[in-house]
Design a binder for this molecule. Structure first.
Ligand SMILES: Nc1nc(=O)c2c([nH]1)NC[C@@H]1CN(c3ccc(C(=O)N[C@@H](CCC(=O)O)C(=O)O)cc3)CN21
Ligand SMILES: CC(C)C(=O)C(=O)O
Ligand SMILES: [Mg+2]
Length: 284
């Protein structure tokens, strides 16, 4: 099916016209190809890369260079999906100038369509500057994994009346700053609904209930390729690791028994060339 590239305006319009927006992470060519072909609206090259693919303890140590490396692998293949580059910790909290420089790298080197960054009100000057410089920005509030240390871990946010009010205020501030959408991570479902109703830009939830304008998951979680932890909000649609493990066991057994490779997996040469070689070796 021929589809056309999803745009920022398409995403924004979905808040009113529906259907719900779908976003999944991808960090490389094979996943991005499958996600794009499935008609998912947005591909997030998330800094969850650090945990899901690079095996780090958290997302804090993920660098700009690592992000760009993976964004490049995704943008070439995404014919339909809008590609979001996730700005890593340290790339937008030093100065507004540095933040613009790094957003530019996502666009120029990575050929991303937009960037995402974590934080509420305090990020308004940075968001305004990046938007003014020409790069669309997706916000991200609630559980912000890059600042998990300050939050006391990967914990659900907005559980008190005051904290929930702050989230609503943050969302309004992000909209005013020019964000085209906002990720809501790990907040109570009724608060996510209130936030969604309070802004005119779409919200995309992960652990934020069914009333957001869209949903996002880490692809390795939803296909069963990551089992170091499973947040409550993950639905595992497949267990690809089982499929891969049985393929690996069969390969090992085949090679050890001599049943792989078969004749059809090998290469031949002309019989007379082989004869010539055998003759030559005899007379040596
Ligand atoms: N593979 C992967 N999937 C993710 O969703 C993800 C990452 N990595 N890395 C960055 C962050 C970290 N995330 C996480 C990690 C753990 C929980 C978690 O265990 N939450 C508990 C609730 C804890 C509490 O509030 O006390 C849960 O039960 O879901 C949530 C989000 C989400 N992001
Ligand atoms: C979980 C999503 C929203 C994210 O930021 C990531 O994958 O890095
Ligand atoms: Mg992230």
């Amino acid at each position: 099916m021929e589809q056309k590239k999803v745009t920022i305006l398409d995403v924004m319009a979905r808040k009113t016209v529906g259907p719900k927006i779908t976003m999944l992470t991808s960090y490389d060519y094979p996943f991005a190809l499958l996600v794009d072909q499935a008609g998912i609206d947005m591909i997030l090259v998330g800094d969850s890369l650090g945990m899901a693919v690079l095996g780090y303890e958290d997302t804090v140590s993920v660098t700009m260079d690592e992000m760009i490396h993976h964004v490049k692998a995704v943008t070439g293949v995404a014919k339909n999906a809008l590609v979001v580059g996730d700005m890593p910790f340290g790339s937008y909290n030093v100065s507004v100038e540095k933040a613009i420089e790094n957003a530019n790298r996502f666009m120029k080197e990575g050929r991303a369509d937009c960037v995402k960054l974590e934080g509420g009100k305090t990020m308004v000057p940075v968001i305004e500057a990046i938007v003014k410089s020409g790069t669309p920005v997706q916000g991200h509030i609630g559980l912000t994994p890059q600042t998990a240390s300050a939050l006391g871990g990967f914990k659900v946010q907005g559980k008190s009346a005051g904290a929930a009010q702050a989230l609503i205020d943050d969302a309004k501030a992000l909209e005013a700053a020019g964000c085209f959408s906002i990720v809501l991570e790990a907040i109570p479902s009724p608060i996510a609904k209130m936030v969604t109703d309070a802004v005119s830009i779409p919200t995309i939830g992960i652990g934020a209930g069914a009333d957001c304008d869209g949903q996002v998951l880490v692809i390795h979680d939803m296909v069963g390729l990551f089992d170091r932890f499973t947040p409550k909000f993950v639905k595992q649609y497949a267990k690809i690791s089982d499929t891969i493990s049985s393929a690996l066991a069969e390969f090992k057994a085949d090679v050890e028994k001599g049943t792989f490779p078969e004749e059809k997996h090998g290469f031949t040469m002309k019989a007379d060339e082989l004869e010539k070689l055998k003759e030559a070796m005899k007379s040596e």
